[in-house]
Design a binder for this molecule. Structure first.
Ligand SMILES: [Zn+2]
Length: 68
C-alpha cells in the first residue's frame, strides 16, 4: 500500500465512536480496540455501508470476508 490508500470509517456502537483509519491499519486497529475496551468481543467494526462498497475491490483481496 502506498499513498492514496482509502480511509475506512470505523464505528463502535458501544463507545458511540466513529473514526476513519487508513485501510492498511483497519484490521489491527479494530482488533486492538475490541481487545482493550470490549474484552475481545467484536463491537467495533468497519461501517457496514462502506464495507459493502469496499468489498468489491479490496476485502476479498485481503481476506476481510473470511471472518467466521
Ligand atoms: Zn468501543
Amino acid at each position: 500500500m502506498s499513498e492514496g490508500a482509502p480511509e475506512i470509517p470505523i464505528v463502535c456502537p458501544a463507545c458511540d465512536t466513529r473514526t476513519r483509519i487508513p485501510f492498511p491499519e483497519v484490521e489491527e486497529t479494530v482488533a486492538r480496540h475490541n481487545e482493550e475496551l470490549h474484552d475481545g468481543r467484536s463491537v467495533a467494526s468497519v461501517d457496514p455501508d462502506v464495507f459493502d462498497q469496499l468489498a468489491d475491490y479490496v476485502a476479498a483481496d485481503l481476506g476481510l470476508l473470511e471472518e467466521s
